[in-house]
Design a protein around this ligand. Structure first.
Ligand SMILES: [Ca+2]
Length: 184
């Protein structure tokens, strides 16, 4: 091997080692903190924003009512159309929150205006593509939306911000590696 090739190889291996080190450190940090994330939805202009959410099990969903009317949220299981949850009436300017503790696929509506609807998938932390499994597709999805630096090809997407800190980065990648291969 020439010295140039050796130098190149050394560089590649060092980069890989640094990457593994960063991943394992972020994993340690995440395991120390209890996984309690908060994900926000705004009710504005008679729409849920964002309308379709994927959130990790164990996170709190918060809905803020920016409309001038009362909204009451009715959550229905996609599997059998049964009622999963009914919010209290959310008055203008108020918020309502719920801790989602089980894997479930939901549609939800404003109880009095059924044309206002959204979806909520509560899944494994790291399942950002909603396949109910954590794997390579999720890694690819967060790298597309990586907020950087360097930035990914696509803009920030809340479904990829697993820990809800407003950025898509190493901490979210660590959550994917922690839950790699899990499914439901
Ligand atoms: Ca994040």
């Amino acid at each position: 091997m020439t010295s140039k090739k050796l130098a190149n190889r050394y560089r590649v291996v060092t980069t890989l080692l640094a990457f593994v080190l960063v991943l394992s450190m972020s994993t340690m940090l995440i395991q120390k903190a209890t996984a309690q994330y908060t994900h926000y939805t705004t009710i504005s202009g008679f729409n849920f924003i964002p309308q379709n959410r994927i959130i990790p099990r164990g996170s709190t969903g918060v809905w803020s009512n920016n409309d001038p009317v009362i909204h009451t949220l009715w959550f229905v299981r996609v599997s059998d159309r049964s009622t999963y949850l009914l919010s209290s009436p959310i008055i203008p300017g108020a918020t309502w929150s719920n801790l989602f503790t089980e894997y479930v696929e939901l549609e939800y509506y404003d109880l009095r205006r059924l044309w206002i609807s959204g979806t909520l998938l509560v899944t494994i932390p790291g399942d950002v593509d909603g396949s109910r499994r954590v794997g390579i597709g999720d890694g690819g999805t967060i790298s597309d939306h990586w907020t950087g630096p360097p930035t990914g090809l696509l803009p920030y997407h809340p479904n990829c911000d697993i820990d809800g800190d407003g950025r898509i980065g190493v901490s979210d990648g660590g959550i994917i590696s922690d839950n790699w291969g899990q499914s439901w």
